[in-house]
Design a protein around this ligand. Structure first.
Ligand code: BG6
Length: 492
């Protein structure tokens, strides 16, 4: 197995899970800053305050479910609560060391996100925060020192909190303008340093986690549809601006993708899978395909959903669709309509247990075929370059007394996934730009807020209560991945 010479090997992170420094350098609050930690069995919570009565409270925010914040209250940071994103694993103060570790592994690319509230603390500010901009300048310069190409997500589950409180988050069309201003500011500022941009992380998270995806506190079907529409239009505007600025800049979509299997050959199960696939692919049909698909238009008609839109929106979507389609893919899900086989499952739309696949401690099914399946479905549909920007396995890694982490399970998972990716490229002829393993340096989990659910090649000494030295320790997979990159996948 040999991957193309130009293949961009690397790793991925997100500001709210990695960066910390939550009030440093003039940063404002974001949605992630009001989310507590949870576990596999206990959902994360959003905390809130009633500004008039001063009453406080919280509600569950499990990744994959919905939350309604009571009327009269606003999401807020409360005393006595622990918020894992506030320090996360402190990339803010460790970026030089972290990027050096990436350089040592031979990374060709590093996917990271900007914290919008670090640049525009309130989201609607007239001027950007220079200190925030300067921080990312240093980060990009450091990357370029090691020949690492940054791949930057503009919004990864971190809408400025003020936009939620004042405007209702992405349900409000004003967010399109705020986002456009933010995107133009950073794309211009980092021109020559950043070539690859992504607009919204896992834009289809709007379907099952609208607070995380768009700061939408009341996730009714109408609000979710409007939130998605506004993000599509905002994305198209970013593509337009980037292309006008420079031929070199490319703006991609980011989709959470999962191959879905029908549990049985009952036609009802097949139809259920088809509809569930539509709920996911709707987002790439619009953002990468350039138009609203008929099945979604009919669904909105049936459900009485009416979008606040204008004819120009649809011209923008058509003329400025994404340049490439990136996606996350961790495994597959198995679905059924048969009540008797339905059972509780892990994160996202993980479905029911597939007897042919292993799961990790959080119930995520690892599937050696998932990347090839994902690549084929998406390439056949759009014929645009793809990029695997998230893949990996969460594990409660153990640090031995000798200071080692023997993560052979991670190496095995990645080996199988790389074989699947190789088949997609070399057997099926798919254009794949690169691969960034999720959480390349340990960070906090988005779904549970835990530290224990680790993905990295590098272990970070920090626990679920926020204790630890934050020291970085190379795991066995660090040395293995370095070899994979060195040999372009020949030595797995
Ligand atoms: C993706 C998100 O859905 O999955 C990441 O883009 C997230 O932010 C990753 O961390 C893994 O999920 P989790 O819940 O294990 O952190």
């Amino acid at each position: 197995m040999v991957f193309p010479k130009t293949f961009l090997w690397g790793g991925a992170t997100a500001a709210n899970q990695f960066e910390g420094g939550y009030l440093d350098g003039g940063k404002g609050l974001s949605t992630a800053d009001v989310m507590t930690s949870g576990s596999h069995t206990e959902p994360r919570r959003i905390t809130w305050l009633n500004p008039e009565t001063k009453e406080t409270g919280s509600g569950t925010m499990q990744f994959g479910s919905n939350t309604t914040i009571p009327e009269g209250t606003i999401p807020a940071v409360l005393e006595g609560e622990y918020y894992p994103s506030h320090q996360a694993t402190d990339f803010y103060h460790h970026y030089e060391e972290d990027i050096a570790l990436m350089g040592e592994m031979g990374f060709k690319t590093f996917r990271m996100s900007l914290n919008w509230a670090r640049i525009f603390p309130n989201g609607d500010d007239a001027e950007p925060n220079e200190e925030g901009l300067a921080f990312y300048d240093k980060v990009f310069d450091e990357c370029l020192k090691y020949g690492i190409e940054p791949l930057v997500t503009l919004s990864h589950y971190e809408t400025p909190l003020n936009l939620v409180i004042k405007y209702g988050g992405w349900t409000n069309r004003k967010c399109i303008d705020f986002f456009e201003t933010y995107a133009k500011t950073v794309i211009k500022r980092y021109e020559g340093k950043v070539k690859y941009w992504l607009t919204f992380n896992e834009i289809n998270c709007m379907e099952f986690g609208p607070f995380m995806a768009g700061g939408i506190s009341n996730g009714t079907p109408q609000n979710k549809a409007q939130g998605a529409h506004n993000q599509f239009v905002a994305s198209a505007k970013v593509v337009k601006y980037a292309h006008e600025l420079s031929q070199d800049i490319q703006v991609g979509q980011m989709l959470a993708y999962q191959p879905m299997y029908a549990y049985s050959c009952d036609p009802k199960d097949q139809l259920f899978v088809m509809e569930s696939m539509q709920a996911m692919l709707f987002y790439s049909d619009v953002q990468t395909g350039g138009k609203y698909p008929e099945y979604r238009i009919k669904k909105y008609e049936r459900e009485g959903i009416v979008l606040e839109d204008c004819p120009e929106d649809y011209d923008l979507l058509k003329n400025y669709s994404a340049d490439f389609l990136s996606f996350s893919c961790y495994g597959s899900s198995t679905l059924t309509t048969h009540e008797d086989v339905l059972e509780a499952s892990g994160n996202l739309l993980m479905g029911i247990k597939n007897p042919y696949l292993k799961t990790n401690a959080w119930g995520w099914a690892t599937d050696p075929a998932c990347l090839r399946l994902a690549m084929n479905t998406l390439y056949d549909r759009y014929h645009k370059p793809l990029w695997v920007v998230e893949n990996g396995i969460g594990w409660a890694d153990e640090l031995t007394k000798e200071g080692k982490v023997h993560d052979d399970y991670r190496i095995e998972y990645l080996r199988q996934n790389f074989k699947s990716m190789d088949e997609g490229i070399n057997q099926d002829g798919i254009e794949l730009l690169g691969y960034t393993m999720w959480g390349c340096i340990d960070l906090i989990s988005a779904g549970t807020g835990e530290m224990k659910k680790r993905y990295g090649f590098v272990y970070v000494d920090r626990d679920d209560e926020g204790n630890g030295s934050l020291n970085r320790i190379r795991k066995d997979s660090f040395h293995w991945y370095k070899k994979v990159i060195e040999t372009a996948g020949e030595e797995l």
